[in-house]
Design a protein. Sequence first.
Length: 121
Amino acid sequence: MCYTIGQVSDQTGLSIYTLRYYEREGIIPIVNRNESGIRIFETKDIELLKFVCCLRATGMAVSDIKEFVRLIIKGDETIDQRILMLKKQKENLKTQVDELMSYQSMINQKINLYSNMMIKK
């Protein structure tokens, strides 16, 4: 199935500007165009973009995402490198989650403190 840039924007939540930027930067491989020059995305492009969104949302740098996509394009001989990159990102994500959980605990302590202060009034 084929999709326009607007449809891809709707499906991924990425702005049209961001999609064009990702194309220019090589974050998404070369996008086909029709006779009129309009970008035509395929399902595989949308799947890649959704994964790119996942990587960005977990804090992966654009430069690392570009490298990851470059490795995908190179083929199966880069699977080990991709696994290493994803394991590193998984560790980074774990660190973020642990930090957020710590912040949540601090906030809960303040809620309890202030709630107790109100009860004593």
